[in-house]
Design a protein around this ligand. Structure first.
Ligand code: ADP
Ligand code: MG
Length: 267
């Protein structure tokens, strides 16, 4: 057994070590609710990556995040995914106040309720596509047989049924990305977070990946997708613009531009 860190679970420390989650908060709440979230990194002077972001995402909603390099997009996604705790402000994720949970509980929350698609795919090179997807469910408490069944279904959904037995080196970049997406959607999680999921892909594959995320949303998943592709962003329900760690503006594609104040982003 290799000890190489190649899965997102290992890379992100997702293993909950048997911890349990307390009862979730109110069922009618947004899937994601950030209030005046700041995130600073120590330094001289400190780096303020997020400078007071308030944002809610509802069930079934697809939100695109755009902004220049260094504007805080990845940091925002990390806070949403409970991989980083806010320096100040509150983050409520799938009914839980992040500040109220211990690290072990956050690990359980991530593995059972949040699907991640990282910029690097974090696939295990020696494992088949099927095992890469099935292993993503290891810590969700799913039995081995069921894991493989769900993994096969998810691979079929991304058009890779015929590649289930292939290992990543035998797959194209687009196929590897689709394996990573399959892993994120194999289990009905509440929240899907993707950091430039189409970044490494050609146009057609970028469209396909976005379509898969959209399909997850139609099943009730809330998704937040960082993208620099304006055309893809325009297919989201909402586009939020980050600048210098703040929400500069937001738009509802097809419904015209709204100011942040009208839209209640910063209020
Ligand atoms: P983006 O994804 O929009 O390019 P990031 O969220 O990665 O932006 O980074 C926002 C800012 O925070 C940048 O100035 C970056 O250098 C800084 N930053 C990100 N992560 C760290 C870290 N671990 N330590 C110090 N500074 C960081
Ligand atoms: Mg980034």
């Amino acid at each position: 057994m290799s000890t190489q860190i190649t899965t997102p679970a290992a890379a992100a420390g997702l293993h909950g070590g048997g911890a349990q989650l307390p009862a979730a908060g109110g069922a009618g709440r947004p899937v994601l609710e950030l209030e005046q979230v700041t995130k600073s990194y120590p330094g001289q002077p400190p780096v303020v990556a997020l400078a007071g972001v308030s944002l809610s995402v509802q069930r079934g909603e697809l939100v695109a995040v755009v902004g220049p390099s260094g504007s805080g997009k990845s940091t925002l996604l990390h806070v949403m995914g409970t991989l980083d705790r806010p320096s100040s402000g509150t983050a409520q994720v799938t009914g839980f106040d992040v500040a109220g949970l211990a690290d072990r509980e956050l690990a359980v929350l991530r593995s059972t309720r949040i699907g991640f698609v990282f910029q690097q795919f974090f696939l295990a090179e020696h494992a088949t596509a099927l095992d890469n997807v099935a292993d993503g469910l290891l810590y969700a408490g799913v039995a081995a047989r069921e894991r493989r069944h769900r993994a096969a279904q998810a691979l079929a959904r991304v058009g890779l049924a015929g590649r289930a037995g292939f290992r990543p080196p035998q797959l194209s970049g687009g196929e590897r990305q689709r394996v990573a997406i399959a892993r994120a959607v194999a289990w009905e999680r509440r929240l899907l977070l993707a950091d430039e999921p189409s970044g490494a892909l050609d146009w057609a594959n970028g469209q396909a990946v976005f379509g898969l995320i959209r399909a997850a949303c139609s099943r009730g998943v809330a998704a937040v997708v960082v993208t620099h592709d304006a055309q893809l962003a325009s297919r989201a329900d909402r586009v939020v613009y980050l600048r210098d760690g703040q929400l500069a503006d937001q738009a509802m594609p097809g419904r015209g531009q709204q100011s942040p104040v009208e839209a209640g982003v910063n209020g």
